[in-house]
Design a protein. Structure first.
Length: 317
């Protein structure tokens, strides 16, 4: 596959599995186009035209000719300067690494991560949270996330890749969308009634079973395994953790269990107050699941993938 095809495949699969549905993605892109058209000239010159067709700001090619032929990828969850150097060292040892794939974004994919968070309001609306309330909640959280990202030294790994001539790209939200799509269908087929049923179902998935052997989830905390699960919300996509305020609205809308990658202590306390059970599936294991689903497609196109930086390869081909 060419580097361009790898990138376009990630975007296409991300849209196909997006919780908003194709219509929701189209509406998001239409709003993006409207905002772009309204920009004054001095700001329009700084805008990224990719945003008009790709709804995921955290999925980009950072380094490399789009026509580069890729036969072997080095892929991992956090591919930083050390992993770029690892790719170059492997090349020196005769391993033909053609590109580096990082799940978590770098550069402007990281500093503009807040943009993909907008989708969370649409996801909550599907569970009964009024869209106007969801938009207000997520807008505040987006501002907070943008401020938190601005001081970061965001281009370190990209600079290393550029100087070493290593093609470098990220695919973040598309793979998170694939995890949500996979688990929603998975739970729908199994219809877990109790919290322990949710745990058992997760442990049937290789990525979570491998992580459990390493003591990294799934994790129920002090939740009673025999408690009723109720309505399950799979919270795996949308850039990063949403606001605490929405948990009350989700509880009012009937959500009984949240299955997420991770959850901060303040969010956990709020969920407990609202009598919502939290099942932590695991961050690295969930990211590995999403990466595996997209890498299966790359493999079918003849690309070999070497895993590192926490990524566990499980093929479903």
């Amino acid at each position: 596959m060419k580097l361009r095809e790898i990138y376009e495949t990630a975007v296409r699969m991300g849209i196909e599995s997006d919780p908003r549905g194709k219509a929701g993605v189209d509406e998001f892109l239409a709003r993006t186009r409207k905002r772009y058209d309204a920009l004054p000239d001095h700001l329009k010159q700084l805008a990224d035209p990719e945003e008009l067709t790709n709804p995921f700001n955290d999925t980009r090619v950072y380094v490399g000719d789009p026509d580069t032929e890729v036969k072997t990828l080095l892929g991992g969850i956090d591919m930083n300067t050390g992993e770029v150097l690892l790719a170059d060292r492997l090349r020196e040892k005769g391993v033909p690494i053609d590109a580096v794939y990082t799940h978590h974004p770098e550069g402007f994919g990281l500093t503009k991560l807040y943009d993909v968070m907008e989708m969370q309001a649409d996801i909550w609306a599907q569970f009964g949270v009024p869209i106007q309330a969801g938009e207000k909640f997520i807008s505040e959280r987006m501002d907070e996330t943008q401020r938190r990202m601005m001081p970061l030294n965001y281009d370190q790994a990209i600079d290393a890749a550029r100087l070493l001539g290593v093609p470098f790209f990220s695919a973040h939200t598309p793979t998170d969308n694939l995890v949500v799509d996979f688990l929603v269908k998975y739970f729908a087929a199994r219809e877990p009634k109790l919290i322990e049923d949710v745990e058992k179902a997760l442990l049937e998935i290789p990525e979570y079973r491998i992580a459990a052997r390493k003591g990294a989830g799934p994790y129920l905390g002090k939740s009673s395994p025999s408690a009723r699960a109720g309505k399950i919300w799979v919270d795996m996509t949308g850039g990063t953790e949403g606001p605490k305020k929405v948990l009350e609205k989700l509880a009012d809308a009937g959500v009984g269990t949240i299955v997420g990658m991770h959850m901060g202590e303040d969010h956990r306390k709020k969920a407990k107050e609202e009598r919502v059970t939290v099942v932590i599936a695991g961050h690295v294991s969930s990211d590995s699941l999403g990466m595996n689903l997209i890498i299966d497609q790359y493999e079918r196109q003849g690309v070999d993938v070497l895993g590192c930086s926490g990524f566990t390869r499980v093929s479903r081909n």
